[in-house]
Write a protein that binds this ligand. Sequence first.
Ligand SMILES: Nc1nc2c(ncn2[C@@H]2O[C@H](COP(=O)(O)OP(=O)(O)OP(=O)(O)O)[C@@H](O)[C@H]2O)c(=O)[nH]1
Ligand SMILES: [Mg+2]
Length: 357
Amino acid sequence: MSSLEVGLVGLPNSGKSTVFNALTGAGAAVAPHLFSTVETNHGEADVRDSRLADLARLSASARIVPATLRVVDIAGLVRGASHGEGLGNQFLGQIRTTDAVIHVVRAFRDETVAHPGGSVDSVGDVETVELELAFADLAAIERRHERVAKTAKSGDRDAVAEAEALEALRGTLEAGRPARSAGVAIPATLDLLTAKPTLYLVNVDDSGNAADVAAVEAFAGERGAACVAVNAKIEAELRELPEDEAGAFLDDLGIESPALDRVTLAAYALLDLIPFFTTGPKETRAWTIRRGQNAQTAAGRIHTDLARGFIRAEVIEWDRLLEAGSEVEAKRRGWVRVEGRDYTVSDGDVLNVRFNV
Ligand SMILES: Nc1nc2c(ncn2[C@@H]2O[C@H](COP(=O)(O)OP(=O)(O)OP(=O)(O)O)[C@@H](O)[C@H]2O)c(=O)[nH]1
Ligand SMILES: [Mg+2]
């Protein structure tokens, strides 16, 4: 599994590129006029995890290697995008292959930043964008259906099943619900946008915009989706500061960690991903697996040789290791377990894989 990729969608001026910059530090153009993004931005975000620094201190590691998240920032979508309004629809192809979608919703009020609908209407704005995503999906389903229908007529069983699935998906989308709620297996080649796990990111100003946040939270809740509130502008500014100044800035604001940490963590939860760690003098590093995967699969994330020659894994929870103060002491206390290939790895496990070359 290569690093996870998320795509940003939302109205123009909702703050997608600001979120992109805050996540990646890539410095994409941000402007108060509609459609400032005309070329897709690609970047990489570190999945910040404070546990890494703790483990690195314990092991006196020379470096820390966090897990990463790839981020794709596209043009904004407006009402009618699917019929060629604005720019956004041409860009949707760029996020068809992403693992998840972050839907950026504007709550911040700022007279100097134009809103394509005239004024901020958080839930209405979400619905506008999702309608365009649904139209794009319907078009993809239509194209696929035309192809499959021919084969289905000849009685091919797989084609008949797929045609039925496509019809169910069409019905779901036409009823205004996302494809992920259709309850049918989605043909793998289809990459439907509304089938992707979605995180709603409400972009708030200093007031916190509590009413908008509550409304989008309720909307997301009905769809079994997650929602986080972030002041993207502050997060992007924070990203520009050297680390010591960033700390002071956070203290001033009375916040413990940047809100964007919650975005990457929420993306992990959305995709059922968990981190595990390795630590030593050379490096302390986070690796990513799907929840429920075993020690041998985890070993394979580090190196294929480790999965192939897997003998056993020595495992300890990160906080137990810190409590012991060293690996030697943890072993002396009997806190380091020896696990076989089928052991289900947990979030925060520190692994030491023993293997045959
Ligand atoms: N006041 C305020 N302004 C913000 C906030 N987030 C973004 N902006 C401003 O809103 C404008 C648009 O932000 P962008 O990040 O370029 O928006 P976008 O969604 O990428 O827009 P397009 O590329 O046109 O689709 C910029 O002037 C930002 O500085 C915020 O939280 N508060
Ligand atoms: Mg942009």
